[in-house]
Ligand binder design. Structure first.
Ligand SMILES: Cc1cc2nc3c(=O)[nH]c(=O)nc-3n(C[C@H](O)[C@H](O)[C@H](O)COP(=O)(O)OP(=O)(O)OC[C@H]3O[C@@H](n4cnc5c(N)ncnc54)[C@H](O)[C@@H]3O)c2cc1C
Length: 403
């Protein structure tokens, strides 16, 4: 009987094995995860979970019993340490497992600060796993001082939780402004204003020089020589694809595990999906770091492992919750040359539409689900309404879908 093994029990791995069963695959399925818990959602980690508003079990994508009920062998708590592509085996501890087809859904690793500038001091946290967030949660006590290094979505979400819990929060962003890699100045301005309203001190264009403390962090010196005392540090300076196994196995890499449009790596028996994967997109290739891609790509790969032969076409979307701001993003803004603003029906409903020439690339909608929904559909349909039509408050957005 054919055996499909999936390495990485996260969002993509869970979607992939579930899809195999939905599509009627009757062979053996094994899902292997290094973390000791069943596959779970990461987005709430810096939102409701860190706020203490949701239980850990509610993070699980499926209850543990689901896997047994669908005859999926779930092996948790130990990493796969090597793949032998010739023998088609892999190693976990002293065990050897044989596969017919293999999928890599190994996700990503958070970047750390170098030890030379204090990155290995106690009280310095990265944010990727449930264990990471459980470890830092005890630090979130009113009146404590936290430094957040990096003004991207993860750092800013953690900053919002800390501010809501009554901590003194400083964010340092080395680039000239927060969210510079992922969003336009207009979106960043709204988010920055919300943080400032909640008392968060945001320093832009200033990097961290080094952390201070013996054994445990107690302060920081910034690039402009400002010194500060603090109780703990959260590092949100991006992620790198987890490619170590793939690299050791000799698979081609290119900002992630390289696949073709079907999700197949340079070994015909090995596939990849999710944050670890770079794949063809428009005229080049892309690696996406979001839940929507992890699910859709994994489901496409499951079908292709069973012979569907359908190219995966990514339809990027993302969201971030900070205070009472619900930011929803559709499309990829890479290459935009202008951004137009649409004011929604209420003061705090606003959306920013990214254009390259006359082509609509992406939409950031803040507290405006209709703008998000219409923007997402327009981008998926390849339609680009004129930007003055978008900005005109008299335009009924939904009517643009009917033209
Ligand atoms: C705090 C946080 C907030 C986020 N918020 C959002 C959001 O609001 N919206 C959004 O769209 N996305 C968000 N994301 C991103 C989203 O969670 C990821 O894009 C998604 O989890 C990717 O799924 P994945 O399966 O590729 O990787 P992961 O979910 O990281 O799963 C990979 C798994 O593989 C395991 N693994 C790696 N190597 C091995 C090995 N050798 N052996 C066994 N197991 C291994 C890892 O331990 C891990 O459990 C957030 C991420 C974080 C960390």
């Amino acid at each position: 009987m054919s055996h499909i093994v999936v390495i990485g029990a996260g969002q993509a791995g869970q979607s992939l094995v579930t899809r195999l069963r939905v599509l009627g695959f009757a062979g053996q399925v094994t899902l292997i995860g290094e973390e000791p818990v069943p596959p779970y959602q990461r987005p709430p980690l810096t939102k409701k979970y860190l706020l203490g508003e949701t239980e850990v079990e509610r993070l699980y994508l499926r209850p543990e019993i689901f896997y047994a009920e669908h005859d999926i062998t779930l092996r948790l708590g130990r990493p796969v340490s090597a793949i032998d592509r010739t023998a088609k085996t892999l190693r976990i501890g002293n065990d050897q497992i044989t596969y017919d087809q293999l999928a890599l859904t190994t996700g990503a690793l958070p970047r750390r600060l170098p030890a030379a500038i204090g990155g290995d001091l106690a009280g310095v946290y990265t944010v990727r796993t449930l264990a990471d967030v459980d470890a830092m949660a005890v630090e979130f006590q009113p009146g404590r001082r936290v430094l957040i290094v990096g003004g991207g979505y993860i750092g800013l979400e953690a900053a919002a939780v800390a501010a809501l819990k009554g901590l003194h929060v400083t964010v340092v962003e080395m680039a000239t402004r927060i969210l510079s890699r992922v969003a336009a100045r207009e979106t960043a301005d709204v988010i920055r204003a919300a943080h400032e309203l909640h008392g968060v001190n945001i320093s832009e264009g200033v990097g961290l020089d080094h952390l201070t403390g013996k054994g445990r962090v107690n302060g920081a010196v910034l690039g402009d020589a400002t010194a500060m005392e603090l109780d703990f540090v959260i590092v949100g300076v991006g992620i790198d694809p987890e490619t170590r196994l793939a690299q050791a196995a000799g698979l081609a890499l290119e900002n992630g595990i390289r696949t073709d449009e079907l999700g197949q790596t340079t070994d015909a028996s090995i596939w990849a999906a999710g944050d670890c994967t770079s794949f063809p997109y428009k005229d080049g290739s892309v690696r996406l770091e979001n839940v929507g891609n992890a699910i859709d790509q994994a489901e496409a790969v499951a079908a292709n492992m069973l012979g569907a032969g359908q190219a995966y076409v990514a339809k990027p979307w993302f969201w971030s919750d900070q205070y009472d701001l619900k930011l929803q993003i559709a499309g990829l803004n890479t290459g935009y040359d202008r951004v137009v603003t649409r004011q929604g029906s209420a003061q705090d409903h606003i959306s920013f539409w990214y254009y390259q020439g006359d082509t609509l690339l992406a939409v950031d909608a803040i507290n405006d689900p209709r703008a998000y929904m219409v923007g997402k559909r327009l981008i998926e349909m390849g339609r680009s309404p004129k930007s003055d039509v978008i900005c005109d408050p008299a335009t009924n957005l939904k009517s643009l879908l009917k033209l």
